[in-house]
Ligand binder design. Structure first.
Ligand code: GAR
Length: 209
């Protein structure tokens, strides 16, 4: 049975698309069973609809508190019984209810090399700092801002003539490859967390999920 993925998006959904494309091959070992968003009318939801994948929306502004929204988000995700939840350009922090239900099996992809440049503006902050190499990080979501244990990283050189948009586009190309590769390894081969370290596949041993 392929692993069940629920993917959460807030925007264009190119990372989601990479997963949808990968899942078309049964050997990948997973399928996207639902896509959730924190807003309507984003291309990520349209991509899901075109792929025939069910969607749901939980907008923060429709709930009386962050906690209620978080619980509703967790309920929306839980209805699809995921093995792994993938935040792919999801621009909200999840809270206690969500982490209580899906902590340890939720990954997020971030466009910087953690622990550098956490938050909403990874490419902008890396460019402003003047680093020569940046990249993307896939990590297990915890209660912090991009602080969870690192599952995978990919490095991207910064070009002298980069602006935020060109740098982010190049990061996203590498990020999609990293995401598909790492999610595939997680679902096929399992993973294990040892302190800060995430071990994939054979390295995870028989205790791997
Ligand atoms: C990706 O680069 C992702 O890492 C980033 O948003 C982009 C979404 O692209 N996420 C964050 O910055 C979260 N802190 P996409 O919608 O085309 O997949």
């Amino acid at each position: 049975m392929p692993a069940r993925l629920v993917v959460l998006v807030s925007g264009s959904g190119t990372n989601l698309q990479a997963l949808l494309d990968a899942c078309a091959d049964p050997a990948f070992g997973a399928r996207v069973v639902a896509v959730g968003a924190d807003r309507h009318d984003v291309e990520g939801l349209a991509r899901a609809e075109r792929a025939g994948v069910p969607t749901f929306v939980r907008r923060v502004e429709d709930f009386s508190s962050r906690e209620h929204w978080d619980a509703a988000l967790a309920g929306g995700v839980g209805a699809f019984e995921p093995d792994l939840v993938v935040l792919a350009g999801f621009m909200r922090l999840v809270g206690e209810s969500f982490l209580g239900a899906f902590g340890g099996r939720t990954v997020n992809t971030h466009p910087a090399l953690s622990p550098a440049f956490p938050g909403m503006h990874g490419p902008r902050d890396a460019l402003a700092y003047g680093v020569k190499v940046t990249g993307a990080t896939l990590f297990l979501v915890d209660a912090g801002v991009d602080t969870g244990q690192i599952v995978a990283q990919t490095a991207v050189p910064v070009a002298d003539d980069d602006d935020v948009a060109s740098l982010h586009e190049r990061i996203k190309t590498a990020e999609r490859t990293m995401l598909v590769d790492a999610v595939g390894r997680m679902v096929r081969d399992g993973w294990r967390v040892e302190g800060r370290r995430v071990l994939l596949g054979a390295a995870a041993g028989p205790a791997g999920r």
